[in-house]
Design a binder for this molecule. Structure first.
Ligand SMILES: NC(=O)c1ccc[n+]([C@@H]2O[C@H](COP(=O)([O-])OP(=O)(O)OC[C@H]3O[C@@H](n4cnc5c(N)ncnc54)[C@H](OP(=O)(O)O)[C@@H]3O)[C@@H](O)[C@H]2O)c1
Length: 448
C-alpha cells in the first residue's frame, strides 16, 4: 500500500463509526443497551468507537440511564436515514413503510444498513439487496431469521462451499411454545395462546405467527441463502397451527412423534419445495427436543451431512446480539475502506434466479390421518378401501376405545404418498355416510 493510502486508512481507523438507529422499541432498546454495555470491548475489537449519533422513534422519551439524551432523539426515520453524519443505519421500526423507504434512502446516501425486518426483506428484499449491491454496500440481516441464532452467516459463509439438500426450521418461537405446552399439558390451543400472550411470548394480535406467515417470511430468506433462488412469501405453501387439537397432539406422542410447526425447503433437482405447516417429527430426532420458545434450524448438506443450529429466536437481548454483530461487521469493513465483496445473500444478484416451485400436489411424504367415524363394523374397511384405490398404503391403524359416542376417532398412518392422491382419497372418504366430520391430516417427516 502506498504511504499516502496507508496514512488515510490509519486516519479512518481513528474516527468513530457513526450509527443511526430507526425504531427504539423492544429490539432497538436492546441494541442501545448492548452498544453501551459492551462499548469498551467493541472499541477494542474495532480499534475505534461505535458512536450512536441519533435515534428516530415517534414515541421515545429521553432515558439518561441509557445515554438517550433529548439531543439524540428525533422523530422522522427518513430524515435520519439521509443524515450526512451517519455511517450505518439500523432499521428496527418493523412493518413495510417507512422502513423500506428509509433503507433505500440510507443506501442511496452510501450507508450500510442493518435490519431485523424479515417481513420487509421477504417482500422487497430483491430491490433492497440490488440497491446495496450496485453501490458495494452491506445489508446485515442476521436477526431476521432465528433471532440470536447466527443462521444467515452459517449458510452464507460456513456452508458456502457445500451444496444444501434441505432446510428444516423451527423458526417461530410463539408457535413452538404453544405446541410444546399443548403436548405437555394436554391443553386446548386457545387456552395456551392466552397463556403465551399473558407471559409476553405472543403478540396481542398473534395472526402473523400462528398462521405461519412469519415462518414463511423467514423461509424465503433461507431458501435464497441455501439454494440461490428468489422466492416470494405467496409462493410458500403456508398452514398455521390454530386448528391443531389436543387429541392429535396426544396421538402423535402415542405414535412416537412430536408436533412442530416446520418451515421446510428442499431442492429436488432444481424444483424447490417450500412449505410451512404443522409436521410430525420422530421423538428421537433433535428437532423434537426443541421446546418452548427456542428456535432451531436443521440443515442437510451434501459434504457436511446434517447439522443443527439452536438458540433463542426472539426477545430483546438475543435479537440485539445479532443486530449488534452486524453493526460491528459493517464497521470493520468501513474501517478497511473496502466495498462489500460478498453479496449479503451469498450470490451476486445476477446469479440469483426466480425459484421454480414444486406444486404441493407433487409433494411426497407420510401422513397422519384422523377420521371421526361411526362406531360400527366395516368402517375401517370402507376407509381403507378408498385409500387403497387411490394408491395410499397404510403403515398402522389405531382405533380408540368405544364409549358409546356417536363418532370415534380412527387414526391411521400412511406410507409415503403423493399429496394429490391423498386429497383425492380424503374427498371421497368425507362423502362416506359413516364418516361424521372433515378428516384431519398432518404431514410426517420421518426421514429427516
Ligand atoms: N421483538 C423481537 O423479539 C424480534 C425478533 C426478531 C426480529 N424482530 C424484528 O425487529 C423489528 C423491530 O421489532 P420490535 O419488537 O423491536 O418492534 P417494536 O417494539 O414495535 O419497536 C418499533 C419501534 O419503532 C417505532 N416506530 C414504528 N414506526 C415508526 C415510524 N413510522 N416513525 C417513528 N417511529 C416508528 C415504534 O413506535 P410505536 O411504539 O409508537 O409504534 C417502536 O418504538 C421488526 O422488524 C421485527 O420483526 C423482532
Amino acid at each position: 500500500m502506498a504511504l499516502e493510502a496507508r496514512a488515510e486508512a490509519s486516519d479512518r481507523r481513528r474516527e468513530p463509526v457513526r450509527v443511526g438507529l430507526l425504531g427504539c422499541g423492544t429490539v432497538g432498546t436492546g441494541v442501545v443497551k448492548l452498544l453501551r454495555h459492551n462499548a469498551e470491548m467493541l472499541a477494542r475489537k474495532l480499534g475505534t468507537r461505535l458512536e450512536l449519533v441519533a435515534v428516530a422513534d415517534r414515541s421515545l422519551k429521553p432515558q439518561p440511564s441509557l445515554g438517550l439524551s433529548r439531543a439524540l432523539i428525533m422523530r422522522d426515520p427518513l430524515e435520519l436515514a439521509a443524515r450526512a453524519d451517519v455511517d450505518i443505519v439500523v432499521e428496527l421500526l418493523g412493518g413495510r413503510d417507512p422502513a423500506r423507504s428509509a433503507i433505500l434512502i440510507a443506501l442511496e446516501n452510501g450507508k450500510d444498513v442493518v435490519t431485523a425486518n424479515k417481513a420487509l426483506l421477504a417482500e422487497d428484499g430483491e430491490q433492497i439487496f440490488r440497491a446495496a449491491a450496485e453501490r458495494g454496500l452491506a445489508v446485515g440481516f442476521e436477526a431476521s431469521v432465528g433471532g440470536g441464532v447466527p443462521i444467515i452467516r452459517i449458510l452464507r459463509e460456513a456452508l458456502a462451499a457445500d451444496r444444501q439438500r434441505a432446510v428444516y426450521g423451527i423458526v417461530n418461537g410463539t408457535c413452538n411454545y404453544i405446541l410444546t405446552r399443548m403436548s405437555e399439558q394436554g391443553s386446548e390451543f386457545s387456552a395456551v395462546l392466552k397463556q403465551a400472550q399473558c407471559s409476553g411470548l405472543a403478540e396481542a394480535d398473534p395472526t402473523l405467527d400462528i398462521d405461519g406467515h412469519d415462518a414463511a417470511h423467514k423461509l424465503c430468506l433461507l431458501v435464497t441463502l441455501a439454494f440461490g433462488v428468489m422466492l416470494k412469501p405467496d409462493q410458500v405453501y403456508t398452514e398455521g397451527i390454530s386448528k391443531i387439537e389436543p387429541l392429535d397432539v396426544a396421538c402423535a406422542t402415542e405414535l412416537g412423534f412430536a408436533l412442530k410447526l416446520l418451515a421446510i425447503a428442499k431442492d429436488d433437482d432444481g424444483a424447490i419445495e417450500a412449505r410451512v405447516h404443522p409436521t410430525m417429527t420422530p421423538l428421537s430426532h433433535l428437532l423434537s427436543g426443541v421446546r418452548d420458545a427456542f428456535n432451531a434450524i436443521y440443515i442437510q448438506s451434501e459434504a457436511l451431512g446434517s447439522s443443527m443450529y439452536f438458540g433463542l429466536g426472539a426477545g430483546q437481548m438475543p435479537t440485539a446480539s445479532a443486530v449488534a454483530a452486524d453493526i460491528l461487521e459493517s464497521a470493520r469493513r468501513r474501517l478497511c475502506g473496502g466495498r462489500w465483496a460478498a453479496n449479503p445473500l451469498g450470490y451476486p444478484m445476477q446469479s440469483i434466479r426466480p425459484a421454480r416451485v414444486k406444486s404441493m400436489d407433487d409433494v411426497v411424504c407420510e401422513y397422519y390421518l384422523r377420521f371421526m367415524a361411526a362406531d360400527r363394523p366395516g368402517v375401517l374397511g370402507a376407509i381403507a378401501s378408498v385409500l387403497g384405490r387411490c394408491g395410499i398404503s397404510l403403515a398402522s391403524v389405531i382405533q380408540r376405545e368405544r364409549g358409546g359416542a356417536a363418532a370415534v376417532p380412527v387414526i391411521m398412518r400412511t406410507h409415503e404418498a403423493r399429496e394429490r392422491d391423498l386429497k383425492l382419497a380424503l374427498g371421497e372418504i368425507q362423502k362416506l355416510s359413516v364418516v361424521k366430520a372433515r378428516p384431519v391430516f398432518i404431514r410426517i417427516e420421518e426421514h429427516l
